[in-house]
Design a protein around this ligand. Structure first.
Ligand SMILES: [Zn+2]
Length: 166
């Protein structure tokens, strides 16, 4: 049967038992931080129950659901998942993570969750000061030297990992 819905670049199958996930099925997404970058594994609920111990070492874990065929794609992911990932990336110094965090900041700004307050130079890098709309505490975001093309590339990687339109 042809799949009539678009679940971005996810496999749509459980990475452990390889069963195809069904419409409206809840499943667990675990994002692993590997030498080659982030790897996303989807688990059906029963495989997650019996997951290997190292699965709990994942960088980010969240629950998702296979959308109905007519569901708007951008509602697939909860904003809290994006914010949680953004916060976990703080303090990491690898360029790939700095890039992810910056492009996520742009995405959260477009969603009006994160507000830009200003920019400074710290240790030779441009650093943005921002804050979450509902909180006062400042959030620092390193602004890497990315051109538009590179920002779009990082954005599409995020889109693939998180099933969001970027
Ligand atoms: Zn499974």
């Amino acid at each position: 049967m042809a799949r009539e819905y678009d679940i971005a670049k996810t496999s749509g199958a459980c990475s452990a038992c390889e069963r195809e996930l069904t419409v409206e099925e809840d499943f667990i997404v675990a994002l692993f931080d590997t030498a080659e970058g982030f790897r996303r594994d989807d688990f059906c609920k029963s495989c997650w129950e019996s997951r290997p111990d190292d699965a709990d070492q994942a960088f980010s874990i969240w629950q998702s659901r296979i959308p109905k065929p007519d569901a708007p794609k951008k509602q697939v992911i909860n904003n809290n998942v994006l914010v949680g990932f953004f916060e976990k990336l703080a303090g990491h110094d690898e360029p790939a993570k700095i890039n992810f965090r910056f492009v996520l900041a742009l995405m959260l700004m477009r969603k009006k969750l994160l507000i830009y307050d200003g920019s400074d130079e710290e240790e030779g890098r441009e650093v943005w000061t921002m804050h979450f709309r509902k909180e006062q505490s400042p959030v620092k975001v390193i602004r890497p030297e990315l051109d538009e093309e590179h920002i779009a590339e990082v954005g599409s990687q995020l889109g693939a990992l998180f099933e969001v339109e970027t």
